[in-house]
Design a protein around this ligand. Structure first.
Ligand code: F6R
Length: 620
């Protein structure tokens, strides 16, 4: 989704802004822009381009980009088509107030009408222009009103979600930022001589570790040489919490891989070790899980009458595996809901219920709204989140980070396996606390969990084979992915990965459901991917395969090592190492991630930034 970068200090702002925009490209966008305030005459130089940040850079060639303060933006169109006019920054009628904005101003139509009646005219179709004009109007009508006050008063009239950075070209010594439901991080340089602002910490981490994450309803003034001043919409001063944020900068580079997605697929063995580190513990002959979030909230979790998992997309698929894990190990009933549906449902939920919110970004608008609803009904919220310091992490009563490092590729890969790993640890730790898991079973699962990174390495050695296979699938217009039990969510995830980045229509189904409809689609043109590892319902899935073969379908099967039966049926097979049932998804998803990656590359598509998609979906 949109990305914001801002800088004010003693260095030239332009290279910092452009580098920052590149670091936020992963979020997904369709146009970009920046404003530099000249130190010489206070003039604002604004540049915009449809397309990529590199197009914006080209636009600025041989133009004045000097200045030690500036703001920049990547836009993911909501109100108004992606073009230069609608790209940010937007300016007020006087051209003095300049603004970048993430989010949606829901009451923009009525505000626009009111401003038009007062003589303000508009040049764009965006909701953001309404906000910048409203700020200008406030400055025009409230005597002596400076930008910070005008931002506060204007935002009090706004309904919706926003992260903004504004500058008054007449007073370029300060940037004013604000947030509601859309993230904003402020990096503080030594002695407050400079400030870095961004939608997440990735563009800032190379300059400073001192970070403030604004909370909803907070406004911050960044002024050279002065302490960060934070206050709220009611004009009460807030003491900002300065966090030391350590980001492994290697996670922000491709490290020699052609795409972030491939790097992140190959990162999985190491990051899953990080995820387990200090949490899977061997004491003598026995294994145990140490999750402080569970230890600190044992009563709420162990006594849960019911657990509801809320999430979206890939995180929802992880939730389906979480349901099986928790029901199997803890005997607590679990429901899995799309956050986007749950938030508007007439949910029967209350005290004694636990809601687990799963999110890579920690900023997904629907998941945040689902949490709010559950909180208001008295449920206990447990977050499983990757992005440290993110909104969902902060709004949860308790939770566990997955610790797989920043995920840049839009298609989620290592976050999915990280989420499953946390869910395994959570289910076992709760099961042990409830007495529904025996120590011997805990030992068996955890010992095998520690073997998973090595087994993933083994699957990754088949990258070349999957690459060749992928070349033979680029013709396909439709794919079917089928799995059962633990592999049913993997089928859904495989299909989602393929459609996201290769734009091939793909459906995931529980294999036995095929007979109830999708079988009508089967012909020699339709590849069917079966996840047919040696586990529960193996023989039944073989029968499902036979049904496909007898209709001339082309089968690619993911099988367990040394499988002989499927080899006789499927045209192509990819083997994965044997493991215990509940850990199968951690291995069976890997070839599917690689398959979708290689099909998309073979089709010449932009794997890391697929069309229309955003990495964190911060609007409804
Ligand atoms: C798929 C993908 C999306 C996200 C979904 C939820 O590859 O990335 O489906 O899983 O938008 O995002 P988070 O996990 O950040 O809440």
């Amino acid at each position: 989704m949109c990305g914001i970068v801002g800088y004010i200090g003693f260095r030239q702002a332009f290279p910092i802004l452009i580098d920052g925009l590149h670091k936020l490209e992963y979020r997904g966008y369709d146009s970009a822009g920046c404003a530099l305030i000249s130190d010489v005459d206070g003039k604002a130089n604004i540049y915009k381009a449809k397309g990529k940040v590199s197009d914006l850079e080209q636009k600025t060639n041989n133009h004045d980009c000097s200045g030690t303060s500036g703001i920049a933006h990547t836009r993911w169109a909501t109100h108004g088509i992606p073009n230069e006019t609608n790209a940010h920054p937007h300016t007020s009628q006087t051209r003095n107030i300049i603004l970048v904005h993430n989010g949606i101003i829901e009451n923009y139509t009525i505000l626009k009408e009111q401003l038009q009646q007062k003589g303000y005219s508009f040049e764009t179709e965006t909701d953001t222009e309404v906000l910048v004009q409203l700020i200008q109007y406030t400055m025009d009508t409230v005597p002596g009103c400076q930008l910070d006050v005008a931002v506060r008063l204007a935002l009090k009239k706004v309904i919706g979600a926003y992260a903004i950075v504004a500058v008054d070209a007449k007073n370029p010594n300060q940037l004013v930022c604000a947030r509601k439901s859309s993230p904003l991080a402020i990096g503080i340089g030594a002695d407050n001589k400079e400030f870095f602002i961004a939608s997440d910490a990735s563009p800032i981490a190379q300059y400073t570790k001192q970070m403030v994450y604004l909370n909803d309803g907070e406004i911050a003034v960044c002024e050279r040489g002065k302490e960060l001043h934070v206050f709220n919409l009611d004009n009460e001063d807030i003491d900002p919490e300065i966090k030391e944020v350590n980001i492994d900068l290697t996670m922000l580079s491709k490290e020699g891989f052609p795409h972030f997605m491939l790097k992140e697929i190959f990162d999985q063995p190491n990051v899953l070790k990080d995820c387990m580190s200090g949490r899977v513990i061997k004491d003598g002959d026995n294994y145990r899980v140490k999750l402080s979030a569970v230890e600190n909230h044992k009563a709420e979790l162990v006594d849960a009458k019911r657990i509801i998992i809320v999430s979206c997309g890939t995180s929802w698929h992880a939730g389906l595996i979480g349901k099986q894990l928790i029901e199997h190990f803890c005997r607590i009933p679990v429901e899995v809901a799309y956050a986007s549906e749950f938030r508007y449902s007439d949910a029967v939920i209350g005290k004694g219920d636990v809601v687990i919110a799963i999110s890579q970004s920690g900023e997904t608008a629907d998941t945040m709204a689902a949490i709010e609803l559950a909180k208001n009904h008295g449920a206990f919220i447990f977050g499983i989140v990757n992005a440290v310091g993110s909104s969902i992490a902060r709004m949860s009563d308790s939770g566990t980070y997955i610790h797989v490092g920043p995920e840049i590729g839009v298609a989620s890969t290592k976050a999915f396996t990280g989420q499953i790993t946390v869910l395994v640890m959570l289910a076992l730790s709760l099961g042990m606390a409830k007495g529904t898991v025996k120590q011997s079973e805990c030992n068996e699962v955890l010992q095998e969990l520690t073997n998973i990174p090595e087994k993933i390495c083994k699957v990754l050695t088949q990258n070349d084979k999957i690459h060749s296979l992928a070349q033979t699938f680029t013709y396909a217009r439709n794919f079917l992915y089928l799995g059962r039990g633990w592999n049913y969510p993997v089928a859904l995830e495989g299909a989602l990965k393929l459609k996201e980045i290769s734009y091939i229509h793909a459906e995931g189904y529980p294999a036995a459901e095929m007979k109830h409809g999708p079988i009508a689609l089967i012909d020699s043109e339709m590849p069917v991917v079966f996840i047919a590892t040696h586990h529960q319902l193996y023989q039944k899935i073989i029968s499902n395969m036979q049904e496909i073969v007898s209709r001339n379908g082309r089968i690619l099967a993911i099988v367990s090592e040394n499988d002989e039966q499927v080899k006789g049926i499927a045209k192509d097979v990819i083997e994965i190492p044997q493991t215990i049932n509940c850990l199968v998804p951690l291995l069976s998803v890997i070839p599917l991630q690689l398959l979708s990656y290689h099909v998309a590359v073979a089709k010449g598509l932009d794997v890391d930034q697929p069309r229309n998609l955003a990495k964190s979906v911060t609007v409804e």
